[in-house]
Design a protein around this ligand. Structure first.
Ligand SMILES: NC(=O)c1ccc[n+]([C@@H]2O[C@H](COP(=O)([O-])OP(=O)(O)OC[C@H]3O[C@@H](n4cnc5c(N)ncnc54)[C@H](OP(=O)(O)O)[C@@H]3O)[C@@H](O)[C@H]2O)c1
Length: 246
């Protein structure tokens, strides 16, 4: 856990992080807990999120685990209700859960895998936001952070399902920001750039040219910055750790 997250800048806040069982989501959950937030850690694998919660508790933070599949809207509604009931409300929601999808051309793609990638990365984020909105509105302000990808820009052969899912996610970010601005809820995209996680398996796969390849903890300063902006701070913005624009 990063020492500079210990400023308690999120004291009294409640954060929900999807995909918090490992990788980037776990690092964000640990960061927000270190900054004083109560964090609800979610993913499908109960053991993984229990481990994230144990790491947070061992560091003196507050967290609970709630298993949910982002594809299941009712499960996401139950997740947000759990957060509100257990911790008294919801202030920050990080739609981070994601899958990589097949690396293959459109011609070669398995239609079921293509659809599944859209289901998890795009429709899952829609479910997360829709389930969160009543709780954020009840609070009078809040933040939704969607974890996007630089793949939404440009066009790379063999990455259609993932790139399309993240392109849709960016448009969802912009539209949510407009719809929720009257309620003091900001909505922004965090683009991590290449990060060593189970998803990317760098080592087995080539490292993207011209980019720093980071550890999940390298996202901590940006994730904390985004969560600690004023209620009427930036919205409809993309914050990226990639060098290339597209
Ligand atoms: N790593 C990178 O280089 C990179 C770059 C740009 C963007 N991103 C984005 O960053 C996010 C996190 O990626 P990561 O690299 O940390 O991947 P990761 O290590 O594979 O972690 C993904 C997390 O999402 C959860 N998840 C997957 N499907 C889910 C579902 N249907 N419902 C709920 N949770 C689900 C996984 O847990 P369960 O399997 O237990 O559900 C896991 O906790 C993703 O949105 C990814 O697209 C990553």
């Amino acid at each position: 856990m990063p020492a500079d997250a210990g400023t308690r800048a999120l004291h009294g806040k409640v954060a929900v992080v999807t995909g918090a069982g490992r990788g980037i989501g776990r690092a964000i959950a640990q960061t927000y807990a270190a900054a004083g937030a109560a964090v609800v850690c979610s993913a499908r694998n109960a053991d993984d999120i229990a481990h994230t919660v144990a790491l947070i508790a061992a560091a003196g933070g507050t967290a609970t685990a709630c298993a949910a599949d982002v594809v299941d809207l009712a499960a996401m509604q139950a997740l947000l209700a759990h957060a509100a009931e257990t911790h008294g409300g919801v202030d920050i929601v990080v739609a981070n859960a994601g899958v990589n999808g097949q690396h293959c051309t459109v011609q070669e793609a398995d239609p079921a895998d293509w659809a599944r990638t859209i289901q998890v990365n795009l429709i899952g984020a829609f479910h997360t936001a829709q389930a969160a909105i009543p709780h954020l509105r009840a609070r009078g302000s809040g933040k939704i952070i969607l974890v996007g990808s630089g793949m939404r820009k440009g066009a790379q052969a063999g990455r259609s399902s993932y790139a399309v899912s993240k392109a849709g996610l960016w448009k969802l970010t912009e539209i949510l920001a407009v719809e929720l601005q009257p309620y003091n809820i900001s909505v922004n995209e965090l683009i991590p750039g290449p990060v060593k996680t189970a998803m990317t398996a760098f080592g087995a796969r080539p490292v993207p040219a011209g980019e720093w390849v980071k550890e999940p903890d390298d996202l901590v300063p940006l994730a904390l910055f985004m969560a600690t902006q004023p209620d009427i701070g930036p919205t409809a913005q993309s914050f990226s750790l990639m060098r290339r624009a597209g």
